[in-house]
Design a protein. Sequence first.
Length: 328
Amino acid sequence: MNFPIYRPRRLRRNERLRELIRETTLEPRNFIYPLFVGPGKDKAQPISSMPGIAQLSVDRVVGECAEVRSLGIPAVILFGIPEGKDALGSEAYAERGVVQQAIETIKEKFPDLLVITDVCLCEYTDHGHCGVIKNGDVDNDATLELLAREALSHAQAGADIVAPSDMMDGRVGAIRKALDENGFAQTPIMAYAAKYASGFYGPFREAAESTPQFGDRRSYQMDPANAEEAMREVELDIREGADIVMVKPALAYLDVIYRVKQKFGYPLAAYNVSGEYSMIKAAGQNGWIDEPRIMMEVLFAIRRAGADMILTYFAKDAARLLQKKNPS
């Protein structure tokens, strides 16, 4: 392995050689595309802090799903923006809520497209927190019943996977129990297992209209300084019945992604979140970076760290680039 006998550059001389020894693969099938669905018809409300992303009415979401499917992306994840909000987030588990309607419409039109649903209350509560407020804080155990109702309503509407993102203790077990007792034992749970209290969520809060009206979410989302705690959180969710575990955000937590994959070997998702997307978009639009190149470098990094699937707003852009590079 010593120079000059071993020359690593021999296998870097052209793209075909580089492809031949490439260790990490990236394909459209690795992506999950997030969609924000709201009320109305033929509506697309652009999100100023997320160029290229918009809040969409159900009919426009279906149009997006057609494009997603044509690009070889296997799944979307839905976030709801209800017409009205209240203290208990009742629209989250309403039979004709926006997400429930979107699930039914998408599955009727594209039965082979996987529909994942975000299970949380923050988009639906008038206070912007992820659960029931008591004495100025989120009441963990009172929230579990509502999260289970929400997940069950999504499954009843036809969701393929439910994805609790709230970070309440015990919510995976509560959801698993509700699904199993109501005939949905085959519905998988993708748990936001290690979700950090991160500044990278800023643009998402504009998109989902979910900024807390008081305080912050540090009493239930994880401290960015902690990695051992993430291992405990992931293990708890697996024990409670999670089928896929997730680390969120992705880019600043590649070490956590790696450790989770190495320790548990479970199907692993990573969320390339809104702030990560918006920073690259803004720098690209200003001509400071080569946006497509940086986009792909980041997505490869997340895969290289151990993620099997990536939730990313870049999904369509990256899939187009990959299709162009590798036409069928």
